[in-house]
Ligand binder design. Structure first.
Ligand code: DX5
Ligand code: ZN
Length: 228
């Protein structure tokens, strides 16, 4: 039985001047999770948002807040993101030498733990933490910015990770350059959670978001052989 198909719009591509409204709009438009990209200007070249913004967004949706930390070090900030109302907290393999400890800390805070790999990072870097994670996030762009081109080698990595997790209750999420054009191949390879910024928020209205989310979902469902 494949894991639940999940569409997670990245609010990085939304209008930051009206974030609460944008979160409510994608929630109403059919988002399963809300993906929050946290960047520190150090681990990645861009700076975005911190725990106070997650806390401010929390009352705007009951959907899962899927918080992607692109920060190093991450450990000093895990508690703040947990208390802010994150449901999933994902840290990067490359963010420090003590990945195992970071994942233990997220679980100890009562949150679902995710681990993410950059495009150049081999899949075996997550092999020994699989029993500590609820989600593996495969980056299909170099993290830091929205609107970049999808890197096709992510498809093979997803296939390898799907084989590696072998029946464990782990979501396989893909992030970067994802739209209806690649969602089918990603779903066929074994991804079940799809982060999408540009391809969801294009059009700028709730109706557009609804059509954009449905297009990604239908492409993935078709590849899984499930009814649309
Ligand atoms: C990249 C972020 C992604 C990004 C996705 O660093 O982690 O979540 O915003 O945006 P698109 O879908 O525009 O590539
Ligand atoms: Zn992300």
């Amino acid at each position: 039985m494949p894991r639940r198909l999940t569409i997670a719009p990245s609010i990085l591509a939304s209008d930051f001047a009206k974030l609460g409204e944008e979160v409510r709009a994608v929630d109403q438009a059919g988002a399963d999770w809300i993906h929050v990209d946290v960047m520190d200007g150090h681990f990645v070249p861009n700076i975005t948002i911190g725990p106070d913004v997650v806390k401010a967004l929390r009352p705007h949706t009951k959907k899962v807040l899927d918080v992607h930390l692109m920060i190093a070090p991450c450990d000093p900030h895990l508690e703040a993101f947990a208390k802010a109302g994150s449901d999933i907290i994902t840290v990067h393999v490359e963010a420090g030498p003590h990945l195992h400890r970071s994942l233990q800390a997220i679980r100890a805070l009562g949150k679902r733990a995710g681990v993410s790999l950059n495009p150049a990072t081999p899949v075996d870097t997550v092999e020994h933490v699989l029993d500590l994670v609820d989600l593996v996030l495969v980056m299909s762009v170099n993290p830091g910015f929205g609107g970049q081109a999808f890197i096709p080698s992510a498809i093979g990595k997803i296939r390898d990770i799907r084989a590696m997790v072998a029946g464990r209750p782990i979501d396989i999420e893909v992030d970067g350059g994802v739209g209806p054009d690649v969602a089918g191949a990603l779903a066929a390879a074994g991804a079940n959670a799809f982060v999408a910024g540009t391809s969801v928020f294009k059009g700028g209205t709730q109706d557009a978001y609804k059509a954009n989310i449905a297009a990604i979902r239908n492409a993935a469902l078709g590849a899984r052989g499930e009814a649309i």
